[in-house]
Design a protein around this ligand. Structure first.
Ligand SMILES: *[C@@H]1O[C@H](CO)[C@@H](O)[C@H](O)[C@H]1NC(C)=O
Ligand SMILES: *[C@@H]1O[C@H](CO)[C@@H](O)[C@H](O)[C@H]1NC(C)=O
Ligand SMILES: *[C@@H]1O[C@H](CO)[C@@H](O)[C@H](O)[C@H]1NC(C)=O
Ligand SMILES: *[C@@H]1O[C@H](CO)[C@@H](O)[C@H](O)[C@H]1NC(C)=O
Ligand SMILES: *[C@@H]1O[C@H](CO)[C@@H](O)[C@H](O)[C@H]1NC(C)=O
Ligand SMILES: *[C@@H]1O[C@H](CO)[C@@H](O)[C@H](O)[C@H]1NC(C)=O
Ligand SMILES: *[C@@H]1O[C@H](CO)[C@@H](O)[C@H](O)[C@H]1NC(C)=O
Ligand SMILES: *[C@@H]1O[C@H](CO)[C@@H](O)[C@H](O)[C@H]1NC(C)=O
Ligand SMILES: *[C@@H]1O[C@H](CO)[C@@H](O)[C@H](O)[C@H]1NC(C)=O
Length: 833
């Protein structure tokens, strides 16, 4: 015991690299500090490639491509390359200031610091922050208050009024020169705070104000949240700052200001992709013509989905029609009718999905309701528009931003965005059609109706529930009690809140018209599937499990409860079950559009699946699978992912079905592996098909096959021989290697597709089907790659699994047709097989 303690005390000091410098122990040019904890960051002397100067910087310890995220003396280097600068030092003085000195002890750079009476130490923390603190632990100075060009998780961009710190990003002059370029990103706090990128005196980009959820000009922020990011914006009078965090320590992500780009400045989010061994570009701005500063002038609206992109707000006309005709909208629009403020006849129209106008001269009120804002704006003759200030606050407290004068730099998005209320004279309100005036009235009417509808729905729901509970004899309470008593370790939020309706066998028989042949949707591997209609009119898919006798009732219940807890937009929802009759029955939501294979492999129907739909389906499947693999509280391997298990609802949203079912049928996993390989040839990963070894990476393989099938519109294992190749995977791989990736695309798309997206999906698909499971990405990485805008930075896929086999070997070892093993599809079309 004592020995262990001693070892514990001694070992770290002996084995760990140093993370601290003290007045007596400066850092020398040939040495480095490594953060303790996970050892994520290194502080040391470096010379950028091609440079003859040495700097003190911080870079990632575990990213093999040296990526400097912070530089101390960016404008005052030590002369000579780092290799010649062993004599340079970084020291902390007795006045608590950091200093960089050259070999002759000439100080080239010094941090400002309020002097502290006590001696200080400087320590590199595991988040990348270099912190100077005194003996009482008081922070005297920290690197995070002085960002260079990179924002790391936890680092703030903006103004800390209390500390008098203005945290900005300044791009490097060039990749070999960290000295400050004129490209700066800073928070402008004069109106409603927004981030601007400047190139010298010229504004390059505007983020728009924070609306409580995101910057109004970065409307896709919400989509990152599901990928492990969270964003924080503080505006409380003491500070106005933005920062981000990553939930998963495995995600290495940085926001960097780059001095390249059209306007001379570019904000980029890079995320390290381990599988690729490279940084992937995840997001950037400015992105399109409407991101340029005010391309349509005051009161003009920019919309990339329109040609030309500029138009005037309703009630406005171009200031100079001649230049608008030449598609130059920069001088903007003027009112058709002057406002009539004194007589109080003005009103407002709403512009939906807007990036709200430049708010540097706007007035913000965080305390009012939208109606109070409207009144205030109406009374003040210089007020021209208003919008909610904080969408996350309670409805009566969302406050508002109010604009005066022309509305500058306004754009609209197809979705997302905010509602902007802009002021018009009564004449324009009326002429902008009765339709507009009507639309205001209608809007009010609609909201009242909506409120009523909600009320009705809630009432209806309770009545419905009450009836339903009555109708069911084997009450769900018994079921729920049975389920969570068994597993006390799961905690109370786990079973208690779940009530899976249990139906009588008779109810189900009635719903399916006595399991009639007309109602049969298909034949799953474990029994037939029927379409049914419950008493309340809800359409359902009823799946009978005829061969589950080996499984005890308790096991069955637990499996079903597990599945019932999985709730995700891209997973088919279990509605209920039945255990009273001769067969165990599962009841799922009914999917109008059947399954992906029903559409894809049919010449006429596949024409209905345009590329945008296919792309959305790929993303949806990836999200659903990510949820199964890591986001739900259970780690679930699907084992039988294939196009017939991807169901489509009426909006063509893909829903994975049959998740986790494999475990229900073959008592334990080992038995499944040896007695019966659950899965479908063509989608099964080689290591699973050959050795019965299964992991999340085998699901990734199946996902990759589906992606390639979606691109090609052909089965991996069909009757085709792909121009001498054994299967679709090998064919796709050779096309990509020859640079003819687009040749794979389904002819039914008639050449109408986004080739960047196709190539990205092709690469991602091929990365997923690589022979070696370790080479395949995780689903979280797949989603990042799909979100990436830079296809070239994705890694090159290695040879896919099964590609090396010859056609002869294929015919003998894989003689079974596609569907013969286990097809536990919920709604497989009989005729489709
Ligand atoms: C760095 O160089 C000094 C002499 O300049 C030497 O004493 C020291 O051991 C070296 N440190 C390392 C880590 O190489
Ligand atoms: C770098 O500096 C050394 C002397 O410190 C000089 O001899 C050499 O030419 C310089 N190289 C470049 C590329 O400027
Ligand atoms: C150090 O001083 C010597 C002599 O003054 C000079 O030749 C040398 O260039 C200096 N080195 C640096 C790195 O400034
Ligand atoms: C912060 O710095 C930026 C860029 O230098 C500047 O435009 C802005 O006015 C500064 N803000 C404050 C509050 O000092
Ligand atoms: C700037 O952007 C270019 C092009 O995207 C990229 O190659 C370069 O690495 C970026 N620079 C930094 C500092 O990230
Ligand atoms: C206000 O209304 C009166 C009467 O309706 C009208 O004569 C006057 O021009 C209006 N004022 C303005 C500024 O339009
Ligand atoms: C916001 O409203 C509350 C109550 O209406 C008031 O007490 C508070 O002072 C107001 N805050 C500001 C900043 O006006
Ligand atoms: C009208 O609004 C502007 C800006 O919002 C403000 O500066 C001005 O004081 C307001 N006038 C009155 C009378 O409230
Ligand atoms: C917005 O409202 C939320 C919830 O009340 C609050 O936590 C947040 O601080 C508000 N944001 C701003 C900028 O006032």
């Amino acid at each position: 015991m004592v020995l262990t303690l001693l070892l514990l005390l001694l070992l770290p000091a002996a084995s760990r690299a140093r993370d601290t410098i003290t007045p007596g122990q400066p850092l020398r040019g040939n040495d480095t500090l490594v953060s303790s904890g996970a050892g994520s960051f290194v502080l040391g002397f470096f010379s950028p490639p091609g440079s003859n100067s040495t700097y003190v910087g911080i870079w990632y310890a575990k990213v093999p491509v040296r990526t400097v995220v912070w530089v101390a003396n960016r404008a005052a280097p030590v002369r000579g390359a780092a290799s010649e600068s062993a004599g340079a030092t970084l020291s902390v003085s007795s006045e608590c200031a950091l200093a960089v000195a050259d070999a002759n002890a000439t100080v080239v750079w010094r941090s400002l610091s309020s002097s502290s009476p006590r001696p200080c130490a400087a320590r590199i923390q595991d988040d990348g922050n270099l912190v100077v603190s005194d003996q009482r632990g008081r922070v005297v100075w920290q690197g995070f208050d002085h960002p260079t060009d990179t924002l790391l998780p936890g680092m703030r961009l903006g103004v800390d009024f209390a500390a008098g710190a203005n945290m900005t990003l300044t791009a490097w002059a060039s990749p070999s020169d960290p000295s400050p370029s004129p490209v700066v990103a800073a928070m402008d706090t004069s109106g409603d705070p927004e981030v601007f990128i400047w190139n010298g005196p010229a504004k390059v980009w505007r983020s728009g104000p924070w609306d409580g959820v995101q910057f109004t000009g970065v409307p896709d922020t919400v989509t990152y949240k599901g990928m492990g990011f969270s964003f924080r914006f503080v505006n409380d009078g003491r500070e106005a700052t933005y920062s981000f965090q990553v939930r998963d320590a495995g995600i290495v992500s940085r926001l960097v200001l780059n001095s390249t780009g059209v306007g001379g400045g570019l904000m980029q989010r890079w995320t390290w992709l381990d599988v690729a061994g490279a940084w992937a570009l995840y997001w950037y701005a400015p992105k399109d013509q409407c991101d340029a500063l005010s391309p349509c002038g005051p009161n003009g609206v920019c919309d990339t989905n329109k040609v030309p992109a500029c138009s005037c707000l309703p009630g406005f006309t171009p200031r100079s029609p001649a230049s608008w005709a030449m598609r130059d909208g920069r001088d903007g629009c003027v009112r058709a009718t002057p406002l009539d403020c004194a007589n109080r006849t003005d009103g407002f129209l709403v512009l939906p999905h807007a990036k709200v106008p430049d708010a540097t001269r706007a007035v913000v009120d965080f305390n009012s309701s939208l109606e109070q804002c409207r009144q205030r704006c109406l009374r003040n003759c210089s007020c021209t528009a208003y919008a909610s200030a904080n969408l996350t606050a309670a409805p009566g407290r969302r406050g508002c931003v109010m604009w005066t004068g022309g509305l500058e730099d306004l754009r609209v998005y197809p979705s997302f965005g905010q509602e902007l209320y802009f002021r018009l004279a009564a004449a324009d309100l009326a002429s902008k059609g009765k339709s507009k005036k009507v639309s205001i009235v209608v809007a009010i009417a609609v909201s009242i109706t909506a409120a009523l509808a909600v009320l009705l729905a809630i009432t209806g729901f309770y009545i419905w529930r009450a009836n339903k509970t009555k109708a069911r004899k084997s009450g769900s309470s018994i079921w729920a009690a049975g389920s969570h008593n068994k597993d006390g370790s799961e905690g109370k939020d786990n079973g208690d809140d779940l009530e899976l309706p249990v139906y009588d066998f008779e109810t189900i028989a009635a719903a399916t018209e006595g399991f009639s042949a007309e109602n049969k949707l298909g034949e799953g591997g474990f029994g037939p599937v029927y379409k049914g209609k419950l008493e309340d009119g809800q359409e359902v898919a009823v799946k009978t499990l005829s061969r589950t006798s080996r499984q005890g009732l308790e096991e069955f219940k637990n499996e079903v409860l597990l599945i019932a807890k999985l709730q995700h937009r891209n997973l088919v929802r279990l509605i209920g079950c039945s255990i009273s009759g001769p067969e165990k029955i599962l009841i799922y939501e009914y999917m109008e559009n059947k399954s992906l294979d029903f559409f894809m492999f049919d010449t006429t129907r596949s024409k209905l699946l345009d590329w945008q739909t296919r792309y959305r389906i790929i993303e949806g499947i990836a999200r659903g699978l990510l949820y199964l693999h890591q986001d739900s509280r259970y780690r679930i391997i699907h084992r039988d992912l294939k196009t017939s298990n991807i169901l489509l609802d009426k909006d063509m949203t893909p829903k994975i079905s049959d998740f986790g079912m494999a475990r229900m049928f073959g008592s334990d996993d080992a038995e499944i592996n040896t007695l019966r390989v659950v899965g479908t040839y063509g989608y099964m990963a080689p290591e699973y098909a050959m050795d019965g070894v299964f992991s999340v990476k085998s699901d990734v393989f199946s996902f990759g096959v589906i992606v390639l099938e979606i691109i090609a519109g052909k089965r991996n294992r069909g009757v085709y021989r792909y121009s001498g190749h054994l299967n679709l995977l090998a064919h796709a791989w050779s096309l990509l290697n020859e640079g003819n990736g687009l040749d794979l695309v389904d002819e039914n798309l008639n050449g109408s597709f986004n080739s960047d997206e196709v190539l990205k999906c092709l690469k991602v698909g091929l990365l997923c089907v690589q022979e070696n499971p370790d080479d395949r990405p995780l689903m979280s990485q797949v989603l990042m790659m799909l979100a990436s805008t830079d296809t070239a930075s994705l890694p090159t896929p290695k040879q896919p699994g099964f590609a090396a086999r010859t056609a002869a070997a294929e015919d003998t070892s894989w003689s079974k047709p596609d569907c013969s093993i286990v097809d536990s599809m919920t709604i497989t079309m009989v005729e489709g097989r």
